[in-house]
Ligand binder design. Sequence first.
Ligand code: CTP
Length: 482
Amino acid sequence: MNVSKILKAIYKVAKKEKVEVYAVGGFVRDRLLGIKKKEADIDFVVLGSGLEFAKKLDKTLKEEGSLVEFPDFDTARYVFTKELKDGTKKKLLEIEFAGARSEAYDKKSRKPKVESTSLEEDLKRRDFTVNAMAQQVIASGLSKKIIDIFGGQVDLENKILKTPLDPDETFSEDPLRMLRAARFVAQLDFGIDKSALGAIAKNKKRLKIISAERVQEELFKLLKTSNPSIGFQILYTTGLLDEFLPEISALQGVEEIYGQHHKNNFEHTLKVVDNIAERTDSTVLRFAALLHDIGKPGTKSFLKGRGWAFDMHEHLGLKMVRTIGKRLRMSKDDTEYIGKLVRWHQQPIQLMDEGVTDSAVRRLIVNLGDDLDDLLKLCRSDITTGNPKKLKKRLKNYDYLEKRIEEVMETDKLRDFQSPVRGEEIMKECGLKPGPTVGKIKTAIEEAILDGKIKNEYKPAKKYFEEIKDEYLKKVNKWERV
Ligand code: CTP
């Protein structure tokens, strides 16, 4: 099912039912910006019942797709998926139908109050002017005429985020929009209206009526953008960050003692997040980058002869990650994964300082397991020096470390291997039953290979076996003999 096919199907039903249907929101915005998304997600406003319309459409569509109904809100979502070879389903298109409505959180309640209204009222109640435009569904697809009551097109051109109503009203009605503002500024690379910024600062405490799950979801959408730092700067300057991640705000600031100052860990952290965004699409890994230094303010000290120190900040960081994970209702797996990266992010640096020995590399491999590649991405992103020479040198150190990791992994593969001279052959040649001596001879052959004394091949292993076997047979227990 593609977009033009679905628009035609919608038009047919709309004509038959004599209702008007409009595409609204992000779909209209992105089309005007020339942005094509891999996964289309279209919101439609129906001048009538959204749910009833979706049900009628459902009857006419025979293709794979499923309807999810939300009768309490008079909305319904239609999801088209494609089954992949491995049996999993891939989302192709998601469309949502809602009756023209206003939806607002009142002063106390966590549940929005929904009332049906005209299209204009509906658009007025939306978050930003660039998201408050509509295009009617017509026979050929979408009407060229854009319903744009609040100057969304001009704001798109000027790359500025503004609210259709007084921002105080827009944000107070749905406080999640303050987080959305930071996300859209980063996602679209837009500026933000001064009065909207002021309204975020004023209404920040209202965020508490939004569920932790929705806050987390929006935070992750910000982390998904290519320069999340832009959004985090807005969250910090407005004070909104304090309302859900005060640990990040606490990284701000530079202290100076005896002319020595430490780096600004807030600015550093934001650079690390932007850096890692270039290396991975994983938002959980990007979140780990945001949290990697949160233990620093709590462990900061100024030591005579040494200067600023943040000893054990990675241990405190792990504890703090668990607190944040609970607060944002993150899954246990994600929390533990982030905690692990925060806990170990200093180890590769220490390892390089202390010497890249086999055993140190092996410890790193064992501690991190499958997450080692992700840790190294974080470590590379953690280099924020403005000096290109230093940057190059430090990245090179990581190239070397990765080479050493590969080498040790190779050897470890060797550790899993079996002696080329197998137990059965040892027993037959020595006249032994299964018992400790057979094991000892096998281990001796394997150790000789690992120590590089002989090659990992049958002939030299057999030769070595012939040389050492008598030594072991001298000490064999009687019962082990055939
Ligand atoms: N909307 C709103 N207030 C919210 C959430 C959504 O006014 N808290 C409106 C906006 O008009 C928005 C539309 O609902 O454009 C659809 O919301 P959503 O799908 O969350 O965002 P998009 O704008 O479509 O952007 P994107 O797909 O990039 O997330």
